[in-house]
Design a protein around this ligand. Structure first.
Ligand code: ADP
Length: 487
């Protein structure tokens, strides 16, 4: 890995615990990080335990008051510097990301710039954490509302966006004067460590941001919830783990930020611009090899355009190139691990056994390993697994529908409520459908909705809170109201 980097020091094999880079856990345990495209071990990291985790939390607690005392402008200057460093090192950060996670290098570079955009945005927002003054309820009273940082935040992040999912938690936290202990997914810790090194270089003080590399995620989640120095737990990952954290957090009424699973419907109405819909489906379905929580999981196509849409989509998908993300021209990397491959296979087998047809792909790629062919299933119905579960892979299941009411009912028939998409040119229908979809985000005539300026998040069992935008910073603040009497 180091030989491929302009700055080899960005490839780290140490954890950052309370301002100290540690090469060895007290337990002496280690774990390997592998390249999913080749199976090669690319790093061996200390598998830190509770001792180091508690040390990181203590350091975050000790550092928090001084960090919060700085002005918003001072914290903004540090975040601006971090943004500049991320952009300046984007090529190296992308290489690290592709080698540990598998996505094509250009897509990885896009993720780095996307992650950096949150650092830029929240740095700017650091200066604008406004309160209120409220007219007093009695003649001698004055009321002032201030917003203060929550305190120490514990963050747990997934492997599908190893940089951006962490950047969009650490940036708002640090911007408002919180400190953070983070645990990246054990499959992809190197991007988080590189981010931490750049944060250190940008002037983030010791203890303000730690990255603990641990295999035992449950131990980390339990400690975050049980340690009263941690005031908020922010998590991006599966709904199941979100439930566990919420249960564990109950004892201390822990503040929670949860970005959980989705089961995004992607609806194409008869009056849609079909080429635009195909373009949107390609981005929304196949980006990151289908491994995003906002990926189209169910494609509902109205009868009048079903065959035409299926043909156009198949023509585009047939042009995708599967391979090692470091190779030129590759559009689709490997899946993250064997479990992911198993789930994709299971969803396809289940659909086919219940009458769906494989219109394209449907098999592991001839490249072997964790590579899978981009797949389209037609004639999919609501009784199949793909209708209710997140596939998290390159499978586009096409459902046929006739009426607007029918498709809205099908789209909403899930416990999830993260992203949704639809294509139509009829303004009245656009408002009708958008207002009825029970989702935190609705992409209308677009398959790409993620941006640092908008609130990302879900309703129902897809989560709590928002990331990005002016709303995203609120999640790291507490409201305090001052009542002045005797005036
Ligand atoms: P996925 O791997 O499917 O994205 P997970 O929810 O399993 O979803 O993983 C997301 C993050 O949650 C990872 O960092 C993982 O290590 C962590 N995690 C897994 N199980 C637990 C748990 N019981 N408590 C806290 N974190 C967990």
């Amino acid at each position: 890995l180091t030989s491929r980097l302009k700055d080899p020091s960005l490839a780290l094999d140490k954890a950052l615990v309370g301002g100290e880079w540690i090469a060895r856990a007290e337990s002496g345990k280690t774990f390997d990080v592998t390249n999913p495209a080749t199976g090669e071990v690319i790093a061996t990291l200390p598998d830190v335990g509770k001792v180091e985790l508690v040390r990181a939390i203590d350091a975050a607690h000790a550092a928090q008051k001084a960090w919060a005392k700085k002005t918003g402008k001072e914290r903004a200057a540090v975040l601006r510097k971090l943004f500049d460093l991320m952009v300046a090192n984007a090529d190296d950060l992308a290489t690290i990301l592709t080698i540990e996670m598998g996505k094509p290098w250009a897509e990885a570079r896009g993720e780095i710039l996307y992650g950096a955009s949150y650092v830029e945005w929240f740095g700017e927002e650091a200066k604008r954490v406004y309160g209120d003054t409220i007219p007093g309820h009695q003649a001698d009273k004055r009321i002032i509302v201030v917003k203060q940082p929550v305190g120490v935040v514990g963050a747990i992040t997934p492997w599908n966006f190893p940089n951006a999912m962490l950047a969009r938690k650490m940036a708002p936290a640090i911007a408002v004067g919180c400190t953070m202990v983070s645990k990246p997914a054990s499959q992809t810790p190197l991007s988080a460590l590189a981010l931490a090194l750049l944060a250190e270089r940008a002037g983030v003080p010791a203890g303000v941001f730690s990255v603990v590399t641990a295999i035992d995620a449950a131990m980390v989640g339990q400690e975050f919830c049980a340690n009263d120095k941690v005031r908020k737990v922010t998590f991006t990952g599966s709904t199941n783990v979100g439930r566990i954290l919420m249960r564990q957090g109950a004892d201390q009424i822990k503040k929670l930020g949860l970005e959980l699973g989705g089961n995004a419907p992607f609806i194409v109405f008869d009056d849609a611009d079909l080429d635009a819909a195909v373009e949107g489906a390609m981005i929304s379905k196949y980006r990151n090899n289908g491994q995003t929580c906002v990926c189209a999981n169910r494609l509902y196509v109205q009868s009048g355009v079903y065959d035409a849409f299926a043909d156009k989509l198949a023509a585009k998908v047939a042009q995708m190139k599967v391979g090692n993300g470091m190779e030129e021209g590759v559009t689709t990397g490997p899946l993250i691990d064997e479990n992911a491959v198993r789930k994709v296979k299971e969803h396809i087998t289940d659909a086919v056994s219940k009458g769906a047809k494989v219109a394209l792909g449907g098999e592991p790629s001839p490249l072997g390993g964790l590579f899978f062919q981009p797949t389209i299933l037609s004639g999919v119905t609501s009784d199949m697994m793909v209708a209710t579960e997140e596939t998290f892979g390159p499978v586009a299941p096409l459902f046929r529908f006739d009426t607007e009411d029918e498709v809205i009912a099908m789209a909403n028939n899930t416990e999830f409520g993260l992203a949704s998409y639809f294509y139509s040119k009829d303004v009245a229908k656009i408002f009708r459908v958008a207002e009825q979809l029970e989702y935190g985000m609705v992409g209308i005539n677009t398959g790409l909705i993620s941006t640092e300026v908008a609130p990302f998040g879900g309703i129902k069992q897809s989560g709590i809170g928002r990331e990005g935008s002016k709303y995203g910073i609120e999640d790291y603040t507490e409201i305090k109201y001052l009542c002045l009497g005797g005036i």
